[in-house]
Design a protein. Structure first.
Length: 395
């Protein structure tokens, strides 16, 4: 087998079962492996310590398949890993109130770069690593047998593929093409989504638990739902008894999906508003108008793709939290999120605290929020924790 040899002392993270090998850790690569090819990882003493897939275009030069150097990386290997991922989620997948669920979460399920989401009768895959790209046909064949479905669709169209030297890919991998709108059930809430055109794989499954928390907090309250997308938190708020929900997003097409989701759940147009606007601008406009809300949800897109962008992202998170804090009534709830991996929870809390203080308010955190159970965090892989949130009550 071709091999990757580490510099002295650079095996420590691998001994802790972290699956990434960065280019700076490598002393040499023997045998000229091809992109995606399985290679042996050798420490400075000459001992084989893992099997990994090689990625010559990425700063993450290899990702570990197995720390058992005797384990063959073949179809049986991928079957075992997929079966294990599905088994871990059996309780979630059997829940009739949860027809949308992540089945495979990349490194957390020991399948680096592979995402598989279930939406009712359809599976949606993302192949973000050249290693899983090389095994795509095998993985798809296994999935259709292990998880009966009508079709398997690919949404490998995120920019991250370019770092692996891969082109964006989208389309049917097996079976039927999904309909334009697929409906899922979430705790009795019905959401329509577009597998082909929606964000990520079609919906924000990672907010499953947090939408339920918001539902429980909104009875009898007025709600401002910022970065509303297709109305996930807005529908949950009305289901929980909110008096009125204002939903704001820069995408008019996303808000039209939201309109359909409110209708699916039996809500009439007097109970909600859909406003196509820049959230940063609208928050300032509402402040000048003296608008007040009892709950404000801030669920923005990723402001920082890399650590180099974290200062710009921190300013953006502070800005929206500052403006939102000025719009909350005494005792109001600020529900704020960051999905930027470069912004960890302590920093996000500090940014929020500074924003609230600058708004002339004080507050306490009553809930820490994170991604849903089907997006588990690998114990040796803290990078898999990306979504963090706070529910703060402001005086």
């Amino acid at each position: 087998m071709k091999s990757l040899h580490l510099n002295k002392g650079r095996e420590s993270s691998l001994l802790r079962r972290h699956p990434w090998i960065f280019s700076g850790a490598i002393q040499r690569v023997a045998g000229k492996p091809q992109a995606g090819e399985t290679i042996s990882v050798i420490d400075a003493s000459g001992k084989a310590i893992a099997s990994a897939a090689y990625s010559p275009s990425s700063q993450i030069r290899a990702r570990v398949w197995s720390f058992d150097t005797e384990e063959a990386i073949d179809e049986a290997f991928f079957k075992r890993r997929l079966e294990a991922a599905i088994k871990r989620r059996k309780r979630l997948l059997d829940d009739p109130q949860r027809s949308g669920c992540r089945i495979v979460y990349a490194e957390s399920d020991e399948l680096p770069g592979l995402i598989v989401d279930r939406y009712g009768d359809y599976l949606v895959c993302q192949f973000f690593f050249v290693g899983v790209e090389a095994w795509k046909s095998v993985i798809v064949s296994l999935l259709k047998d292990l998880f009966p479905c009508k079709g398997i669709y690919e949404r490998s169209d995120a920019a991250v593929r370019s770092r692996e030297g891969l082109e964006p890919m989208q389309g049917v991998l097996w079976g039927e093409e999904p309909p334009e709108i697929v409906q899922i059930n979430e705790h009795g809430r019905l959401y329509g989504l577009s597998i082909a055109h929606g964000h990520k794989t079609g919906f924000y499954l990672d907010q499953f638990d947090n939408r339920e928390i918001v539902r429980k907090l909104c009875e009898g309250k007025s709600v401002l739902n910022c970065f509303a997308y297709t109305g996930g938190f807005g529908v949950a708020a009305l289901q929980g008894g909110a008096t009125h929900v204002v939903n704001v997003d820069s995408s008019g097409s996303a808000l039209e999906f939201a309109r359909g989701n409110f209708a699916r759940n039996g809500f009439n147009e007097e109970q909600y508003e859909l406003i196509t606007a820049n959230v940063f601008d609208l928050l300032r406009e509402y402040k000048s108008q003296g608008r007040v809300f009892e709950v404000i949800v801030l669920d923005p897109p990723k402001f920082a793709e890399t650590k180099a962008q974290f200062k710009k992202a921190a300013r953006a998170y502070k800005d929206i939290a500052l403006q939102a804090s000025a719009l909350l009534s005494p005792g109001g709830l600020l529900v704020s999120f960051s999905c930027s991996g470069a912004i960890d929870l302590p920093l996000f809390q500090k940014i929020t605290a500074d924003a609230v203080l600058d708004a002339g308010r004080t507050g306490q955190i009553i809930h820490y929020l994170h991604q849903a159970q089907d997006h588990p965090v690998g114990l040796p892989f803290p990078e898999s924790l990306y979504l963090k949130g706070l529910v703060s009550i402001l005086d």
